[in-house]
Ligand binder design. Structure first.
Ligand code: THU
Length: 137
């Protein structure tokens, strides 16, 4: 299904809102994510840090785990907002791997600090040869 630019913009606004809930006292770098799922439901997430830094969960994975644990396993589109960054922050490698588990790779990903400077890619552009969909063919 093709996701319109307006829908991507709305999704990005939800990611910006989700960033307000960020628990990031260590990095002071709030991130929000919003996922549009197969039934048009939207799941949001924020980064959740820990005093043991390596236990931090990124906003994207928080949103994925919320959606999957609610029974939604197919992502149509992803938005990531890092409002304090001075450049568009794309998902980290771990999150790319987790996101591709629940998408055929065609899902659009919009990321940025603000809508005017947001970048749009597909998941397969961000994570080609994901060793899941190649094997399935
Ligand atoms: N972070 C995310 O939540 N998502 C990203 O795509 C990049 C990084 C978080 C992890 C950590 O809490 C903070 O940003 C600084 O790296």
């Amino acid at each position: 299904m093709t996701v319109s630019d307006d829908t991507l913009k709305e999704l990005f606004n939800k990611a910006l809102d989700a960033a307000k809930k960020s628990y990031s006292p260590y990095s002071r770098f709030p991130v929000g994510a919003a996922l549009l799922m197969e039934d048009n439901s939207i799941y949001t997430g924020c980064n959740v840090e820990n005093r043991s830094y390596g236990l931090t969960n990124c906003a994207e994975r928080t949103a994925v785990f919320k959606a999957v644990s609610d029974g939604h396993t197919s992502i149509q589109a992803v938005a990531i907002a890092a409002p304090k960054a001075d450049y568009p922050v794309g998902p980290c490698g771990a999150c790319r791997q987790v996101l591709t588990e629940f998408s055929d790779g065609k899902a659009k990903v919009i990321f940025g600090n603000k809508i005017e400077k947001a970048v749009v890619k597909t998941l397969e552009e961000l994570y080609p040869f994901d060793s899941l969909h190649e094997l399935a063919n």
